[in-house]
Design a protein around this ligand. Structure first.
Ligand code: IMP
Length: 182
């Protein structure tokens, strides 16, 4: 069956190439390796689905023992604007008490999702140490302050797709990040 989308990949303008993304991930991994002890377990929590490619590439470059976990939240629905209303879809996690935790997001937009996740993990799980990484930071759209420890790139107020980020569920598989010109 042919998929009919109102936007076509050929119209996409590249914002960050595959090479730029991978180079930046190497730098972020170096920072994380310098922060957390090499012999202590780190629980990496990927916020699905958008962060899956970023988190997968990032953990390949980390040197400590890694436990890779996932949570699923939803805030966008079918719109291109964040609803600000974070819906937990699946928050199943093992005990994180006393552990080093790194939350990994694809993009921080309004900041509602990141805030929800950080508060939830702190209150419900009482980890020893919690850090937050995001590949993209849409600073200009921020409504709630977020303490970002590791940031890939800053982006303007554009709706971006690729490398895990979707439009109506599509384009997550692209190895680069782009946007549709208005
Ligand atoms: P926030 O709660 O407004 O910060 O939104 C965070 C979530 O909205 C991200 O994890 C993404 O799933 C989604 N999102 C925000 N901006 C974009 C975008 O430009 N493209 C695709 N998804 C986005």
């Amino acid at each position: 069956m042919q998929v009919i989308l109102d936007k076509n990949e050929s119209e996409l303008l590249e914002l960050f190439s595959e090479e730029a993304i991978q180079n930046r991930i190497r730098e972020l991994a170096k920072e994380i390796n310098n922060t957390f002890p090499k012999n202590e377990e780190l629980v990496v929590i990927a916020v699905l689905a958008g962060s899956i490619l970023f988190a997968s590439d990032l953990i390949k470059r980390l040197h400590m023992p890694i436990q890779f976990e996932f949570v699923r939240l939803s805030s966008y629905g079918h719109d291109q604007k964040s609803s600000g209303n974070v819906k937990p879809v699946d928050l199943t996690l093992p005990s994180l008490e006393g552990k080093n935790v790194l939350i990994v997001e694809d993009i921080v937009d309004t900041g509602h999702t990141a805030n929800f996740m950080i508060d939830y993990i702190k209150l419900q799980h009482k980890p020893e140490n919690i850090k937050f990484a995001t590949l993209l930071d849409k600073v200009c759209a921020r409504q709630k302050h977020v303490d970002i420890n590791y940031r890939g790139f800053e982006v303007d107020d554009k709706f971006v797709v690729g490398y895990g980020l979707d439009y109506l569920g599509y384009y997550r598989n692209l190895p680069y990040i782009g946007y549709f010109p208005q």
